[in-house]
Write a protein that binds this ligand. Structure first.
Ligand code: ZN
Length: 392
């Protein structure tokens, strides 16, 4: 991706995106968008900032859609994997890869490996990504209970580290987790909640769900025995198999929210994983509100490939681009309304993570938006924090 710079070599301060169809993600019809100094200033018909005394940089949006930049609820942007030996550790995410994937906000987590990887390193990666206009947040803790932290406590991390907005992925129903009790999970969620309250954050707990048959039972137990609100949890990989998917839909009906993982392999699908685009279509058809559904890439995790005998033959990096692919696939192949497919990757995750200025193209929001081809939904440009990047 290449950044557009003004004649003085700096990113322009005032943008005028003309004539596109705007999805906020709700459809707004043809409208202009003004963005200045990293924020959306105005959205409406017939806006014309010329003559306001500030240099205006135009983007011709004719024949295109303007949509919010994607909010990815799980990216191992410090590098994931490592579960097959040191040679299987995945590399950190390059900013250009995220920009080319249309992801402008992402939530980073350590995952399984909190031994060779650390919160200090994850935070450093978040700050490097932010250098390009991207917004990168992190979660304290890891798969493990008791949690690993930066400052010594979950409460301290959430209260004092601006980028830390929640806790996770805490692993349940998985052989790689710590097999926590409901009481331990309730205490963790309460610590995340209180630490978040002190800093005005949601303190959401991202829960990694493995394929053990107990599913989401521990979360229900924690929230029924102790005063942990169900919306505090956000379970991910819920499209891992049909049983967990059905359990997840019930969890939403009980007041919760769930996340579907978009990076997949033919092996995973053969083993029963429901591709995220199809999971989204089926969940919506079952009457589940899109505000409680999110899609995330699990980017930079490792995706294994096995031979016919089940032996590991290779690993690839889980692509962050799978998030926009899933939005496209849900809309173009599974008949999901574009506004809903977008919401699952923009406004819904922004609300669940408590990111008030993310996930919507409205005045006052951060200037994070995408220019997409109206028919193919191909990415033509990414604005991240008011900076404009186009494919090279
Ligand atoms: Zn996970």
């Amino acid at each position: 991706m290449r950044e557009y710079r003004g004649p003085d070599g700096a990113p322009p301060a005032l943008w005028w995106i003309r004539g596109a169809e705007v999805m906020t993600p709700a459809p707004l019809g043809r409208a202009d968008v003004l963005a200045a100094h990293g924020r959306v200033l105005a959205v409406g018909r017939g806006l014309d900032p010329r003559g306001c005394g500030v240099a205006v940089t135009e983007i011709d949006g004719t024949g295109h859609l303007v949509v919010p930049g994607l909010v990815d609820s799980l990216v191992h942007f410090g590098g994931g994997g490592g579960e097959g030996g040191f040679a299987t550790r995945m590399p950190p995410l390059a900013a250009g890869t995220a920009l080319a994937a249309g992801v402008t906000s992402m939530v980073g987590a350590l995952g399984t490996d909190d031994v060779t990887r650390s919160h200090a390193d994850l935070l450093a990666c978040a700050r490097a990504l932010a250098d390009t206009g991207l917004s990168a947040y992190t979660l304290t803790g890891s798969y493990r209970v008791p949690p690993v932290t930066l400052t010594g406590s979950v409460r301290g991390d959430l209260a004092f580290i601006p980028e830390m907005i929640g806790l996770g992925e805490v692993a349940i129903a998985d052989h790689r987790g710590s097999q926590p009790s409901a009481a331990e999970l309730a205490r963790l969620a309460s610590d995340a909640r209180v630490g978040g309250m002190l800093a005005g954050k949601a303190g959401t707990v991202l829960v990694h769900c493995g394929d053990a048959p107990e599913g989401l039972a521990l979360l229900r137990e924690a929230s029924s025995r102790w005063p942990v609100p169900i919306p505090q949890w956000h379970p991910t990989h819920v499209n891992r198999n049909a049983t967990l998917f059905a359990d997840g839909l019930d969890f939403v009906r009980e007041g919760g929210s769930i996340d579907f993982t978009t990076s997949s392999t033919p092996d995973f699908v053969a083993a029963g994983e429901i591709p995220a685009a199809r999971a989204l279509a089926e969940a919506l058809a079952a009457g589940v509100p899109v505000a409680r559904l999110t899609l995330s890439s699990d980017g930079q995790a490792s995706l294994p490939h096995f031979d016919a005998q089940g032996r590991l033959v290779s690993l690839e990096v889980a692509p962050i681009a799978s998030l926009l692919d899933a939005v496209r696939c849900a809309t173009l192949r599974h008949g999901v309304a574009l506004t809903d497919a977008l919401a699952a990757a923009t406004s819904s995750p922004a609300a669940i993570w408590g990111l008030a200025r993310k996930g919507r193209v409205v005045p006052g929001a951060d200037a994070d938006l995408l220019l997409l081809d109206r028919d193919t939904l191909a990415l033509r440009g990414t604005m991240a924090g008011g900076r404009w990047w186009t494919p090279t």
